[in-house]
Design a protein around this ligand. Structure first.
Ligand code: IMP
Length: 181
């Protein structure tokens, strides 16, 4: 449970997100137009809303799988050590794969996951992140598609949490603490 009181200021509306997903899905469908079945891999848990909306906009045959890498726990700082908590169900050798991330922050999570999946020899491996905080980057990685670049703010909503809260907000909002600490 967060210990400090906070409010959430809307940063990206549900309408803006939907419009951007429509644009991105056209580019993705083009990139994978020669694919008979795309494997869309959601990184749990933050991407679950994004992947649900994205695959419904994709005019392609898709299979959906999930992978969970360790993340922040209940703190607001990223850890450099990335562990796989839940692996894919299916093999991806020779397959076309799209990895779906909620936010690329330091980039360590996506960097690690990409290394792991590349070693399994997919035919094509691409990445999409709903949000990117480029000013926070530590690992040498950039998603192939990004929904929105944002400043260094802690955000919630649309699948993204603060200490497991606020994932069910339909928009992306930034956390603003209302005490002095
Ligand atoms: P990275 O490894 O530092 O790029 O961190 C990626 C993960 O940290 C994301 O998938 C999120 O789960 C989490 N994260 C990064 N920034 C935020 C934020 O502003 N709010 C909530 N979670 C975040």
């Amino acid at each position: 449970m967060p210990t400090r009181p906070y409010v959430i200021d809307e940063m990206i509306s549900a309408k803006q997100i939907a419009a951007r997903i429509e644009e991105l899905s056209r580019e993705i469908a083009h990139e994978f137009s020669d694919t008979d079945k795309l494997v869309v891999v959601g990184l749990l848990r933050g991407s679950f809303v994004f992947i649900a909306d994205l695959v419904r906009e994709l005019d392609l045959a898709v299979e959906v799988d999930f992978l969970e890498a360790s993340s922040y726990g209940n703190a607001m700082e990223s850890s450099r050590e990335v562990k796989i908590l839940k692996d894919l169900r299916g093999a991806i050798e020779g397959r076309d794969v799209l990895v779906v991330e909620d936010i690329v922050d330091t980039g360590h999570t996506l960097f690690h996951v990409i290394g792991l999946l590349k070693a399994r020899k997919p035919r094509k491996l691409r990445t999409i992140a709903l949000l990117d905080k480029p000013s926070r980057r530590e690992a040498p990685i950039k998603a192939d598609w990004t929904g929105f670049e944002i400043p260094d703010e802690f955000v919630v909503g649309y699948g993204i949490d603060f200490a497991q809260r606020n994932r069910n907000l339909p928009f992306i909002g930034k956390v603003r603490f209302t005490d002095d600490g």
